[in-house]
Design a protein around this ligand. Structure first.
Ligand code: ZN
Length: 330
């Protein structure tokens, strides 16, 4: 351990593909100050790290504290990670390779730094402070452009030997199905992620079957985001509603396999599509999981919608840093 715990404040950091978000928390995890900045992929890893340090520094200044008051920093990161060494191995959107996030931040702030997968951090945040509080086992699934997954079991984030796991979006659901961003075929996210949903909805709009969507968003996938889908359904585009419901059911079928493996007491739903259409997703996924699990697991779990929204990853990263740092020194 290269740095010691000194203060009582925690920083949570969410490193996203387009923006970074930092917050300072007091020792009861009340956020004191939040700062957001664009990530700027073109700056590369060195520029990006400098930017991360700058955002954290300005958050500390605004909170009126110094680095010496920090107990630790937790960072939620995308992409494959070397968790024990605090290294971001690769970020598809940022172009970082083997970036030593922990070492650089520990050098800059002199406190312990813990990195976690961003979805895992979000699920942990909901487990500590949100919709999955106190669950023995919570499995989170976050349908968005990809379909993120994470799980907390007996108070610990489930992880692999070196990196994160629970890649629910890459559960194979169709043999030789559509090509996935990961390079394989037939993954859940290639069938039921936002891009697949938007592509099907664009086709419906093009065919004249989704007039409200056509007016709101046209047929460009960039514009067919969860809000546009939600508004077109509310305006009466049943073709779009059927597409979204089918995607939710497909997610539910895949989740039935996860329930059979882990027997969670809570299935947590989040992400952009769920935030805009919480009832539709909760109802479809709940029904689909219950229809597919082994009968003894029927209704053995709650399906809940995430509560912390944009704060889940920063809060969870900060709280996971606390859990990790305190269990190291115990
Ligand atoms: Zn895949």
């Amino acid at each position: 351990m290269s740095a010691e715990t000194k203060g009582k404040y925690w920083v949570g950091f969410d490193l996203g593909g387009t923006k970074m978000l930092a917050a300072v928390f007091d020792d009861s995890f009340k956020p004191l100050v939040r700062k957001r900045k664009r990530t700027k992929a073109q700056e590369g890893a060195a520029g990006g790290l400098k930017r991360m340090i700058g955002v954290i520094q300005s958050t500390l200044v605004e909170a009126g504290i110094g680095a010496e008051d920090l107990a630790g920093i937790g960072v939620g990161c995308p992409g494959p990670l070397d968790l024990d060494n605090g290294i971001v191995l690769e970020t598809p959107n940022l172009g970082w390779k083997k970036t030593k996030v922990r070492a650089e931040l520990e050098k800059a702030f002199g406190c312990p730094v813990v990195i976690a997968n961003d979805v895992d951090a979000g699920v942990y945040g909901e487990y500590r402070f949100g919709a999955a509080r106190g669950a023995r086992c919570v499995v989170g699934v976050f349908p968005g452009t990809g379909i993120g997954g994470g799980a907390v079991y007996n108070g610990e984030i489930i992880r692999g030997a070196t990196g994160s796991c629970m890649e629910i979006g890459h559960i194979p659901v169709i043999p030789d199905g559509p090509l996935c961003g990961c390079g394989r075929r037939g993954c859940l996210e290639a069938v039921a992620g936002r891009l697949a949903v938007a592509a099907a909805a664009a086709t419906a709009a093009y065919r004249g079957e989704a007039p409200h969507l056509l007016v709101r968003a046209g047929t460009d996938l960039n514009n067919i985001r969860s809000r546009a889908l939600c508004e077109s359904i509310a305006a009466g585009d049943t073709a779009v509603e059927n597409i979204v419901r089918e995607a939710a059911r497909t997610i539910g079928w895949a989740m039935a396999g996860v329930v059979n493996l882990l027997a969670p007491d809570v299935v947590l739903l989040g992400g952009g599509l769920v935030e805009d259409m919480p009832d539709l997703f909760r109802d479809e996924i709940s029904a689909a999981v219950n229809a597919r699990v082994m009968p003894s697991y029927e209704n053995s779990f709650k399906v809940v919608v995430a509560k912390l929204a944009g704060d889940a990853t920063i809060t969870g990263a900060a709280a996971w840093a606390q859990q990790t740092v305190e269990s190291r020194s115990a």
